[in-house]
Design a protein around this ligand. Structure first.
Ligand code: 0X9
Ligand code: ZN
Length: 309
């Protein structure tokens, strides 16, 4: 049976999702973001205990090899449905959750079956043998500008020939545009490095910052303190993407923040730690500790977001 002591293939995650939807028909509902290049369905689950609660959208595993992200997303879904912890129950009951555990379905499958270190999508290029684009550079916000993304199809950060060239990105843009009133917080799960990154990602100029930059810092502070307070004492680093990590334009988070005008949007970079010996190949024994950190951080992030109004 499904659990969090190993990583699962796409088919197994999909089967688990079916099981969850069948077990909790009152509070869960499937949604379909669209189809991948290879024709797989990009599926999501909504969890809501009531109607018209503030919405939180979680996109996970946009980068294929970042398996800890979908392992954590499925764990998080399970917690929202089964936890008896009053804080978690409150989190589950007070918000409408929209969660896509595996966004880059083609790449994820390929990373399991052919190349563990695959990152991009799987759409071939018309004039070059290299396959796929970095879906997290393919969105139409400062697309291919300011560095951190590439016009070379063989690069790991290839932005695509045009914005939304990847069917997956295009599908997400259309889905989020149509459903933009249903969420106010957007989170993108990645690994690795233990970062909590806020907009902007398209600039490293510290003077260029969002209007609510101070709020985002406060939220980041709350998240990192909550994670640090766990027995693992793990140090996340938070801050604006461009000045904290690196410039990366055309990301989903920046598109949601800039184009859909959402005030709270973060990239989470889970375990391994920066400079860690495992990197993307995080040992399964670390899945649960990572998930515990996610929950502690999430409670703080959402709590602080609510305080700020
Ligand atoms: O480069 C990325 O896409 C992310 N790091 S990863 O190692 N998982 O590939 C960071 C994305 C930064 N986010 C924003 N620009 N908002
Ligand atoms: Zn990533």
């Amino acid at each position: 049976s499904f659990g969090w002591t190993k990583y699962y293939e796409l088919e197994e995650i999909q089967a688990w999702l079916d099981e969850i939807l069948a077990t909790y028909p009152e509070v869960t509902k499937e949604f379909i973001v669209g189809q991948s290049y290879e024709g797989r369905t990009i599926r999501g689950i909504t969890i809501s205990h009531g109607t018209d609660k503030p919405g939180i959208f979680i996109e996970s595993n946009i980068h294929a090899r970042e398996w800890i992200t979908s392992a954590s997303a499925t764990w998080f879904i399970n917690q929202l449905l089964t936890s008896q912890d009053p804080d978690v129950r409150n989190l589950a009951d007070s918000y409408d959750w929209h969660i896509v555990p595996v966004f880059n379905v083609d790449g994820f499958d390929y990373s399991h079956k052919k190349d563990r270190m695959w990152r991009k999508t799987r759409q071939p290029h018309s004039t070059n043998a290299c396959i796929g684009a970095d879906a997290n550079r393919n969105f139409d916000s400062y697309w291919l500008q300011n560095g951190g993304s590439s016009d070379n199809p063989c690069s790991e950060t290839f932005a695509g020939d045009v914005p939304n060239s990847e069917p997956e990105a295009k599908a997400l843009v259309e889905y989020l545009t149509a459903h933009q009133d249903e969420f106010k917080v957007y989170l993108s799960f990645h690994s690795y490095g233990l970062w909590l990154l806020s907009p902007y990602g398209h600039t490293a100029d510290p003077l260029e910052k969002p209007e609510n930059a101070d709020d985002l810092l406060e939220i980041g502070e709350a998240f990192t303190a909550a994670v640090k307070a766990l027995p693992y004492a793990t140090d996340y680093v938070h801050g604006p993407t461009g000045t904290t990590l690196y410039v990366a334009s055309g990301t989903s988070v920046d598109w949601v923040f800039n184009e859909l005008n959402k005030e709270v949007a973060f990239t989470l970079e889970f375990r391994d730690k920066t400079g860690g010996s495992y990197g993307f190949i995080l040992p399964p024994v670390q899945i649960i500790p990572n998930c515990e950190e996610l929950m502690a951080g999430m409670l703080a992030l959402i709590g602080k977001t609510k305080d700020l109004g």
